[in-house]
Design a protein around this ligand. Structure first.
Ligand SMILES: Cc1cc2nc3c(=O)[nH]c(=O)nc-3n(C[C@H](O)[C@H](O)[C@H](O)COP(=O)(O)O)c2cc1C
Length: 420
């Protein structure tokens, strides 16, 4: 369990109910949380919910008997402070140095060496108000992490910017901003430090795209998100990550070396080039590779090679012939310049029974010689509800993991254990 101390501030927005989801995730991740809520926030969600979630009574009053120095003690105690949701009122007050209640006074007592995250939530007119914009800019200028807000239908019925960022993204930002703790830097390491300094990691992410004609393609639903998050997480741990991502996958943050692929062939040749030249310690092959490429296309009874076909007309009679692609994952260990490189491969099944999942993973383990397989079934993924569950299979064990962060953290633990 990680054990950071998080001071969680809530101000009076309708989005307070969403903060409960963030609180639940943060507590489940093993952090100790103290909620401080403004009197306005307590109009939206009550002490019982916060106490039930965190195991601690909410603090709200600057002058509560016995706790009059809380504004100083809490700021010393916390490793990270997050305000979610942050109202226009709160943002505008703290940007001007007002300290007329507990929450604003806490901000005045902030130690700028610690991360302070602000997640705004308000109606778009309040967000776009020049005073609010000036305050947000002021907070950024002095080193406060102001998270984006999301766009959509607001509680007032208007559509626009100002919604609280979704709870999963806020949770991720919290995790990313936390200083290294016992969980993130292991007990065996002498002091908090980056655990994977100098370790070379290759991560492939996103889906291949096979051309059919010069405007149509065969591809898959992979977005590459898992690979990107793993790349960012392992970079946080000090690993030197090269992310080989699909051209359509958004870039990861600028600290990470990145190159792109499109077709199966381009992915295969990039992987080969990279692993033959660089001695990667760990290769995480998360890309969704097409099992087929287009071999030829028959238009009105005549066969063509796909690269030569211009846009096929809707009146044409069409047949597409596919060829099976070899498994890139099967040659990684053999071609790798580092013969001790570890390999983590991914397996996706669709509506498979537990036995079918195990069998699919065992088959991949045996032909790829991977050290670990990350399995998920289509039914474990709901992109709209942002649910993504995994099972990590080793040679003799399997570990269910509830989200990408847990997967990344588990991989970092294994990676560390085996690397020491
Ligand atoms: C139903 C309702 C919803 C509100 N939602 C928001 C909101 O999302 N964002 C905001 O800035 N203010 C919102 N307000 C206004 C704040 O509650 C008000 O400005 C309050 O003084 C904020 O106090 P605090 O910043 O000390 O928590 C809302 C008010 C009501 C009655």
């Amino acid at each position: 369990m990680s054990n950071s101390k998080i001071l969680f501030l809530l101000t009076g927005s309708i989005a307070c109910y969403k903060a409960c989801q963030i609180l639940s995730r943060v507590v489940q991740a093993g952090h100790e949380v103290q909620v401080v809520a403004s009197p306005a926030a307590l109009q939206f969600v009550g002490n019982a919910t916060f106490e039930g979630l965190t195991g601690k009574s909410v603090i709200s009053d600057l002058y509560a008997p016995g706790n009059v120095m809380e504004h100083i003690h809490l700021m010393r105690w916390a490793d990270l402070i997050v305000v979610a949701p942050a109202t226009a009122n709160y943002i505008n007050k703290i940007a001007r140095g007002v300290g007329d209640d507990l929450l604003t006074t806490l901000f005045l007592a902030h130690d700028f060496k610690k991360p302070f995250l602000v997640a705004p939530a308000m109606n778009s007119s309040m967000l776009e108000h020049p005073i609010t914009q000036e305050s947000l800019q002021k907070l950024k200028d002095i080193g406060i992490s102001v998270l984006d807000s999301a766009s959509g239908i607001l509680a007032c019925g208007e559509v626009g910017a100002g919604k609280l960022l979704d709870p999963d993204s806020i949770f991720t930002q919290i995790q990313k901003s936390l200083p290294f703790t016992e969980e993130r830097s292991p007990k065996s390491s002498p002091a908090p430090q980056k655990i994977a300094d100098g370790f070379l990691v290759l991560i492939t992410a996103g889906g291949t795209v096979e051309p059919i004609d010069d405007v149509r393609t065969l591809t898959n639903t992979s977005l590459g998100t898992t690979g990107i998050k793993l790349a960012e997480f392992l970079t946080d741990f000090g690993a030197n990550v090269h992310l080989l991502r699909a051209a359509s996958t958004p870039s990861a943050d600028a600290r990470i070396k990145q190159s792109t692929f499109s077709t199966f062939e381009s992915l295969q040749s990039s992987v080969r080039d990279l692993i033959r030249v660089h001695k990667f310690d760990l290769i995480i092959h998360a890309a969704a590779v097409s099992d087929f490429s287009v071999e030829s296309i028959e238009i009105n009874g005549k066969k063509y090679s796909p690269s030569t076909v211009a846009k096929i007309e809707s009146s044409d009679k069409l047949a597409i012939y596919f060829k099976n692609n070899p498994k890139i994952v099967d040659e990684i260990k053999e071609l790798s310049a580092n013969k001790n490189a570890k390999l983590i491969a991914f397996k996706l099944t669709s509506n498979a029974t537990p036995d079918e999942r195990d069998a699919a993973v065992q088959k991949l383990l045996s032909h790829s010689h991977a050290d670990y397989i990350v399995h998920n079934d289509k039914t474990d993924i709901d992109k709209i509800k942002q649910i993504h569950r995994f099972t990590l299979y080793g040679k003799n064990q399997k570990t269910p993991l509830d989200n990408i962060e847990s997967l990344a953290s588990k991989i970092a633990q294994i990676y560390l254990k085996e690397s020491l």
